[in-house]
Design a protein around this ligand. Structure first.
Ligand SMILES: CC(=O)SCCNC(=O)CCNC(=O)[C@H](O)C(C)(C)COP(=O)(O)OP(=O)(O)OC[C@H]1O[C@@H](n2cnc3c(N)ncnc32)[C@H](O)[C@@H]1OP(=O)(O)O
Ligand SMILES: O=C([O-])CC(=O)C(=O)O
Length: 378
């Protein structure tokens, strides 16, 4: 027998596990393509609804296809009263990610097509879920503030309606545009941890909603989606730009991870950050909050100078959602509302070319041994 141990790739770092035609993350060129289109070009030219359609169907919709999709989306925007009751049973001390995870589970249990995994049914379920999540997130934000549900408005696009259901007013265009850009940028990112989770679950031939529930659980962690919320906690801790150096000395001495920085794939900067930073700049101008930008720049400049580790998308998104008026704990559920598009596109891709995902482990526990004899019980 050979003593040679197989090589272990901790965290699957650098290991390609399958093909995907949905997006291409290129760390050499700091670029991200959705179905071949650079994400920053999409953000400048089309809406989040069009990007969702593109990610699912492989092509941007024509006018007729978009109108048809918008009709479906608007028809499923209302919060199902049963799902509302489920949410109302949850304490407002529960993390909003737990609420959205529970709500998606309930939505799945109530979906007539839950067990139908044909490509057509999967696409219909994906679109209904996409339409339903904003009401869950918006209502959860409102109930935490002691406010009632706001019914959706059919005359508004996805992002304007999402903000309307949250704040009971239609924000001005710069706010809607910045939010829509963030939704486009968050929608898809190849085999990240939550998408891979969804693919693992799908690979057992489980259903679409179960895979999304698992993906939400994976996204919650601060090494992944939970970082956008953590960025705002960091900003609160630091307070103002002048405190950055001292705060960083302390944080690095304690070997703390600085949230919103670093990435498993991009080592020279996240392709999406420049576009989201422009959206943040526009919000800072609109809300007249240069202090936020000063803090943002001071921390980014100093951390990059000291460690050479660059901001990821969660870094500009956190303060952007704060300026729009969301409570910090709601930031990652907003990410869910966007990433559900990527997850469901991957669920469909996995199902279309499935192989059970089941890697190997190398045992390093105690050697085989005998179970100790027990005295017979009288
Ligand atoms: C949308 C998204 O999900 S983007 C990611 C959001 N997550 C965050 O912002 C959390 C903070 N960042 C991190 O924890 C990491 O950068 C990760 C998990 C995202 C990627 O990390 P990995 O590829 O696994 O690299 P790893 O964590 O091993 O980091 C390599 C080195 O850089 C350091 N490093 C990486 N990111 C950071 C950070 N944000 N703060 C401080 N040090 C960091 C690590 O401590 C490690 O140092 P060492 O070699 O001296 O031990
Ligand atoms: O790709 C990753 O590992 C994390 C990420 O940026 C994302 O999911 O958007």
């Amino acid at each position: 027998m050979s003593d040679q141990q197989p090589e272990i790739y901790k965290g699957l770092a650098g290991v390609p596990v399958d093909y995907t035609a949905i997006s291409k993350v290129n760390p050499e060129t700091n670029s991200l393509l959705y179905r071949g289109y650079p994400v920053q070009d999409l953000a400048a030219a089309v809406t989040f609804e069009e990007v969702a359609y593109l990610l699912w169907h492989g092509e941007l919709p024509n006018d007729e296809e978009l109108a048809e999709f918008e009709q479906v989306e608007r028809a499923h925007r209302h919060l199902d009263p049963v799902v509302k009751r489920v949410i109302d049973e949850l304490p407002t001390t529960a993390h909003p990610m737990d609420v959205v995870r529970t709500a998606v589970s309930a939505i799945g249990a109530r979906d007539d097509e839950a067990a139908d995994d044909s490509p057509e049914a999967e696409l219909r379920k994906a679109k209904r879920l996409f339409a339903a999540i904003p009401a869950v997130v918006a209502y959860d934000q409102r109930r935490r503030r002691g406010l009632d549900l706001v019914e959706p408005r059919d005359d508004l696009g996805y992002s304007a309606n999402f903000l309307f259901m949250t704040f009971d007013e239609v924000p001005e265009l710069p706010v809607v545009d910045a939010f829509d850009v963030s939704m486009i940028l968050y929608a898809e990112h190849s085999f990240n941890a939550s998408t891979f989770t969804a693919r693992v679950i799908t690979s057992t031939l489980s259903d679409l909603h179960s895979a999304v529930v698992g993906a939400i659980a994976a996204l919650k962690g601060p090494l992944h989606g939970g970082a956008n919320e953590a960025v705002m906690h960091t900003f609160d801790e630091i307070g103002e730009a002048a405190n950055v150096s001292a705060w960083l000395d302390d944080a690095l001495a304690q070997k703390r991870k600085i949230m919103g920085f670093g990435h498993r794939v991009y080592k020279h900067g996240d392709s999406r950050v420049p576009t989201m930073k422009t959206a943040l700049d526009s919000l800072v101008g609109y809300y007249e909050r240069p202090d936020i930008l000063d803090l943002y720049n001071a921390l980014a400049d100093e951390f990059v100078a000291r460690k050479g580790i660059h901001p990821n998308l969660d870094y500009p998104s956190g303060p952007a959602y704060h300026l729009i008026g969301f409570d910090t704990e709601l930031f990652t559920p907003i990410f869910v509302a966007s990433r559900v598009v990527g997850w469901t596109a991957h669920i469909m891709e996995q199902r279309a070319s499935n192989a059970l995902i089941r890697p190997l482990s190398v045992y390093n526990g105690v050697d085989q041994r005998e179970v100790p004899a027990r005295e017979p019980v009288e």
